[in-house]
Design a protein around this ligand. Structure first.
Ligand SMILES: [Zn+2]
Length: 304
């Protein structure tokens, strides 16, 4: 089960599935559906011509006029549908490619390249540590595995890249030709279509592929990392945590303390130990002073 709307979007893209608002309501995902439509991540892909009769208890389908949204049922007579009942939406490949390239900081000059039609793309060059790495994106691996593997086999000899899968696994392919490293987007993509800080590094080093699970109350009165929950009852404490969390999710976790204090309106309080005086666990959550004058949230160290 997708845990955020972007993971769901990737699932729909992988399955090449189109759906209506009504379908989304039945899946209990109407909020995600509307949000993705508003972002143009889901785009109108056509209208249903056959629809479940809304008037009869016995399920049967009706032909619906895609222009007038009218249908005719032998039992119930004319049935009028609303446009949104018949309009179908599908994941926008352009939106997904653009968002992935942004999340991977791929240069605009680096052009997207389709390697296997509808199944494998080169997104471009991304930086991991000090290396420039080719980022691939594959979908529908279950059915297109042979084409994907054939392409990689035919283009062997180039540097190993990282291959993002829209599916949650590689199917029966244990390893990819050329030493490319597969990784499921399902595991990594966060609720802002980012890769959490350090995630690409860990994938590249071949470390455990689980990402620390960070949850917080909307007002940052609680922050849970892995199994550990921290509580912040003071408003100023929450401002600091919110600021550091935002920095972490933006991929630049280290902030200059004096700049942060100005940004959150606490410029008269330069010293965090003073601000957090009496709080028992703040030093478990905030790394302070490395490098000098900076701080950041401690995320990776706490996952079990
Ligand atoms: Zn009917």
């Amino acid at each position: 089960m997708a845990e955020n709307r972007y993971k769901w979007l990737i699932e729909l893209f992988d399955a090449q599935q189109a759906l209506s608002l009504h379908d989304a309501v039945l899946m209990d995902k109407a909020d995600w559906f509307r949000a993705l439509c508003a972002e143009k991540a889901l785009i109108h892909s056509g209208n249903l011509t056959s629809i479940l009769c809304s008037q009869c208890d016995v399920p049967h389908t009706l032909k619906v006029n895609p222009l007038t949204y009218k249908a005719y049922c032998a039992e119930a007579g004319q049935v009028q549908y609303k446009p949104e009942d018949t309009m179908q939406y599908a994941a926008s490949p352009d939106w997904i490619f653009k968002s992935l390239r942004t999340a991977l900081s791929i240069s605009g000059a680096d052009k997207l390249q389709e390697c296997v039609p509808g199944a494998l793309w080169i997104l471009g060059q991304t930086r991991i540590g000090k290396k420039s790495i080719t980022a691939f994106f594959a979908r529908n691996v279950a059915e297109r595995q042979k084409d994907i593997v054939d392409y990689l086999q035919a283009n062997i000899g180039k540097a190993a890249g990282i291959l993002f899968l829209a599916s949650d696994d590689l199917g029966t392919a244990k390893a990819l030709p050329g030493g490319h490293r597969p990784v499921s987007l399902e595991v990594y993509l966060d609720d802002q279509f980012h890769f959490p800080q350090g995630a690409l590094d860990r994938i590249w080093r071949g470390d455990a592929v689980d990402v620390p699970h960070v949850q917080h109350a909307p007002d940052f009165s609680t922050v849970t990392i892995g199994d550990t929950t921290h509580y912040f009852s003071g408003e100023d404490h929450r401002k600091v945590i919110a600021h550091l969390h935002k920095a972490w999710t933006s991929g630049k976790p280290v902030v200059i303390r004096s700049e942060m204090m100005v940004a959150i309106g606490l410029e008269r309080t330069r010293q965090l130990p003073h601000l957090f005086k009496g709080h028992k666990t703040w030093r478990d959550l905030i790394a302070y002073g490395k490098p000098r004058g900076t701080c950041r949230l401690i995320i990776e160290e706490q996952h079990s």
